[in-house]
Ligand binder design. Structure first.
Ligand code: ZN
Length: 127
């Protein structure tokens, strides 16, 4: 596979993951909204969104952020490089985790050093 094709492939995977996440987050937001119909002024809406973000969808939001960061890196040409050591992340790892930010070595080192605990759950692939 040519390099350019791989990046197109990663982008498609990321875009697809992003739309899945947005759909999932939207579906959850709707189900919450239908549970409690309170006064939805701006204030209520803001705390409502905060509630969703913090409590229910923390992991989805974390993943969405990682996916969008990866798309940014595709645009800036930095995609596929470990954010910690600048070494290339293995293609196998990127195929399984197109939003991976760290190479497997740095991910192993990262458990204490990086404040990314929820995100680490999304980076459990060990290659
Ligand atoms: Zn690294």
């Amino acid at each position: 596979m040519k390099k350019g094709d791989a990046k197109t492939n990663y982008r498609q995977q990321l875009l697809s993951a992003r739309s899945d996440l947005l759909f999932s987050l939207g579906a959850k937001a709707e189900s919450i909204a239908s549970l409690g119909r309170v006064n939805e002024d701006d204030q209520a809406q803001a705390s409502h969104e905060e509630f969703i973000s913090l409590r229910l969808n923390g992991l989805d939001y974390q993943k969405l952020r990682m996916v969008e960061e990866a798309l940014d890196r595709l645009d800036s040409g930095e995609y596929g490089l470990c954010l910690a050591c600048d070494e290339p992340i293995s293609p196998r790892r990127l195929e399984a985790l197109p939003w991976a930010r760290y190479c497997v070595h740095c991910q192993d080192q990262a458990s204490v050093d990086f404040d990314e605990r929820p995100a680490r759950l999304l980076e459990v692939v060990t290659y």
